[in-house]
Structure formats: structure tokens, C-alpha cells
Write a protein that binds this ligand. Structure first.
Ligand SMILES: Cc1cc2nc3c(=O)[nH]c(=O)nc-3n(C[C@H](O)[C@H](O)[C@H](O)COP(=O)(O)O)c2cc1C
Length: 382
């Protein structure tokens, strides 16, 4: 695990320093994702914290995403040779050190002045894939220049003005991004009540340069205004359209039913992500881990199934693998790492998840992620 010490002075601007100043009392070590979340919550301004931590409506789905893992128990097998246990695997043919990827999360310069390039470098150091949001505070070309070793995907929204969508995708292709993740669960922005209560607004000096350039207007739309640009009339053929315009695989992010998983297969998706946008869109939908079995069954091995939402432990990853995921993505955990310790913090979170997962694989009696099967989990009795 990378050695990250929280900054001792909570009044220091975020990202200023991650070196502990001499002090009689050392700060408590950061051992797990919850430690990073707690410290980030102490450090961040209320509006920014609400934006990153919050969900839609009553936040039922936000809570469920995390809580639902308790409804599954692991079933370890013993006397299995785990002497060479490793979390390494591939996702869409790309080798990764673990089946844990970095989810697209908007506006990362609100967490650390280095923003998305720091997260991308952290993902590269942890040997996993980084997915850049359309609503990022860095353009795809900046990621290519500042994190050249990073395996990178670009998250796309289908906008009414296809020229704008095409311009964004073209920049990603030129920047060496290897897949597109089309987000389909957000024809409109979800009701984020925390943002209304805090009066959250993106500061004037932080913007979304890829969106600004592609829109070509005098100023950048706010995230809320951005959603008014999304094409709410698109249907499944948009997948073939996008795939036909690029040679990149198109991943559908935001599938929540077996029916839509089948349609994704029929319309040329390279993979699906079972996702409810981290509980930020339609409140009241089930936790993603509850939907995963029906999606995996509907897909029937035709394409890779990924999942995000609520992953906070290596053991959560094991449950997702057992229920049919090839890999998972994490959003907030990496955001908390970035907020607490910049690039090193984001990397430390990824590495602690890999260590937890590697230990979990060995204790479950599975030398590799592919060895985790449905028989390794059981529904809890309560
Ligand atoms: C603050 C924040 C911003 C996000 N921005 C985007 C985005 O721009 N595009 C997108 O497809 N998903 C976005 N997501 C959703 C994530 O990609 C992912 O689905 C979610 O964070 C997974 O849940 P987790 O945070 O519990 O890991 C965002 C999530 C958060 C928390």
C-alpha cells in the first residue's frame, strides 16, 4: 500500500501537502476506504462534499448500493493451492492488475488541484483502467499528455447536437483512449437535493474544457445546464451509430434489467456496466449487486459484464465476481483518496483494494478472479 499520511492541518488547502508535519500525536493511519471517506468528509467544503457524496431524492439507492453486500455471504473452499494467488485479469482484452477499474467521475479538480490527470496517473501506477468523464475538468488530450501510460476509456453522453458528441469522441480517439462508455441512465440529471440545500455551484475557475470546446459557446455550461444538451430521444440504434463511427468498443453504462442487457447484446455493445450512477439518478432502484445475477444470466457470456456502485471492500469485489461480473468500477472511493492525498491518495485507495482482494481470493480458495464462481456466495438467511 502506498504510504499516505493525511495532512495534519485540516485548514490547509486540499492537495497542498501529504507529508505529516512534526507532531506529538501521529494522525491515525488510513487503512480502508471508510478511513479515506471519513477524512475527506472532514476536509471538503460542505457543497463539494454534498456533490460527491450525495445521491438522488431520499438516497435510498445510494445507501442500498453499499448495504446490499451484507445480504451475501462468501463460501470459502479450503485446501486449494493459492500459493500463486493473484488478482490480475483482463478486461476487454486489456491486462489489469485487478478487476477494479476507475469509474468516470465529473469535476475532479474540486477535490485536488491536479484533478483527473492525478487520478489517471494513480490508475496507471496501480495498473488498472481509468475512465474519463465527459464532465471532466481536463480534456482527453491533457490526460494523454500528462498520464501517457494510463490505459484509458472515455465516457460519452449522446447529445442532441451530434457534432458536439463527435468532436468529443474524436478528441478521445486522438488521445489514445481505447473504449467508449456510453452512459444511458441519465437522459436528465437526477434530483440531487444535497446540492439544492448547500447551494452548490461549480466555482468560476473550474470548468469542463472538453464540453466548452465542443459546444463552442462563449462560456461553459454548468453540469445542470449540460444535461439540457443530452438527447432524450435516443434509442438503441444509437449504439450501432456510435460503434459505426469509431473503431472503438462501445460499453453501455447504466444497464439495470435483463431486458436491456439483451438489447445491448443485440445492438453491438462490447460490454455492459450494471450501474445506477452511484444512486444519483432514479432513486428507489435496487442495489446494483441485486441486479447483477439477472443481467449476467441474460447476457449468457456474449459480452463482459461489469458493475459499479457501493464497492468499498475487496470482499465486495469477490461477491460481484461470484455473481457474474468480469470486473467492477469504483467512483467515490478513488474520489476520497484524491481529496485526502492527491495522486498518492488515489493510488493508495486502489492499492488497498487490490491487497484486500488478493487476500480475499486466497482465503476464498480462488487463485485467480476467474476461479470465483456462483458457488462461492450464498444469500444470507436474514
Ligand atoms: C460525484 C460523481 C460524479 C459522477 N460523474 C459521472 C459522470 O460524469 N459520468 C458518468 O457516467 N458517471 C458519473 N458518476 C457515476 C460513476 O461513474 C459511478 O457509476 C458511481 O460513482 C459508482 O458508485 P460508487 O461511487 O459507489 O463507486 C459520478 C459519480 C459521482 C459520485
Amino acid at each position: 500500500m502506498a504510504d499516505v499520511q493525511p495532512t495534519p492541518d485540516p485548514d490547509l488547502p486540499l492537495g497542498t501537502s501529504i507529508t505529516a508535519a512534526p507532531s506529538a500525536v501521529s494522525p491515525p493511519p488510513l487503512i480502508n476506504v471508510a478511513d479515506y471517506e471519513r477524512l475527506a468528509a472532514e476536509r471538503l467544503d460542505a457543497g463539494v462534499l454534498g456533490y460527491f457524496a450525495g445521491g438522488a431524492g431520499d438516497e435510498r439507492t445510494l445507501r442500498e448500493n453499499v448495504a446490499a453486500y451484507r445480504r451475501w455471504h462468501l463460501r470459502p473452499r479450503v485446501l486449494v493451492d493459492v500459493s500463486a494467488a493473484s488478482a490480475a485479469t483482463t478486461v476487454l482484452g486489456t491486462p489489469v492488475s485487478m478487476p477494479v477499474l476507475v469509474a468516470p467521475v465529473a469535476l475532479q479538480r474540486l477535490l485536488d488541484p491536479q484533478g483527473e490527470p492525478a487520478t489517471a496517473r494513480a490508475a496507471a501506477a496501480a495498473q488498472t483502467i481509468f475512465c474519463l468523464s465527459t464532465l471532466a475538468t481536463s480534456r482527453p488530450a491533457e490526460i494523454a499528455a500528462r498520464a501517457p501510460d494510463c490505459q484509458r476509456w472515455f465516457q460519452v453522453y449522446c447529445l442532441r447536437d451530434r457534432g458536439v458528441t463527435r468532436a468529443l469522441v474524436q478528441e478521445a480517439i486522438e488521445g489514445g483512449f481505447s473504449a467508449l462508455a456510453l452512459t444511458v441512465d441519465a437522459p436528465r440529471g437526477g434530483p440531487r437535493e444535497r446540492d439544492l440545500r448547500t447551494g452548490f455551484a461549480v466555482p468560476a475557475d473550474v470548468d469542463m474544457p472538453a464540453v466548452r470546446a465542443a459546444v463552442g459557446g462563449p462560456s461553459c455550461p454548468t453540469p445542470t445546464e449540460f444535461f439540457s444538451l443530452v438527447d432524450t430521444s435516443v434509442t438503441w440504434p444509437v449504439l450501432e451509430e456510435l460503434a459505426g463511427e469509431t473503431s472503438l468498443p462501445v460499453i453501455v453504462k447504466g444497464v439495470q434489467t435483463a431486458e436491456d442487457a439483451r438489447l445491448a447484446c443485440e445492438h453491438g455493445a462490447a460490454a455492459v456496466v450494471v450501474s445506477n450512477h452511484g444512486g444519483r439518478q432514479l432513486d428507489g432502484v435496487p442495489a446494483t449487486i441485486e441486479i447483477l445475477p439477472e443481467v449476467a444470466e441474460a447476457v449468457g457470456g456474449r459480452l463482459e459484464v461489469l458493475l459499479d456502485g457501493g464497492i468499498r471492500r475487496g470482499t465486495d469485489v469477490l461477491t460481484a465476481l461470484a455473481l457474474g461480473a468480469r470486473a467492477v468500477l469504483v467512483g467515490r472511493p478513488v474520489a476520497w483518496g484524491l481529496a485526502v492525498g492527491g495522486e498518492d491518495g488515489a493510488r493508495a485507495v486502489l492499492e488497498l483494494l487490490r491487497e484486500e482482494l488478493e487476500l480475499g481470493l486466497a482465503l476464498l480458495g480462488c487463485p485467480t478472479p476467474q476461479d470465483v464462481t456462483r458457488a462461492h456466495v450464498a444469500r444470507a438467511a436474514f
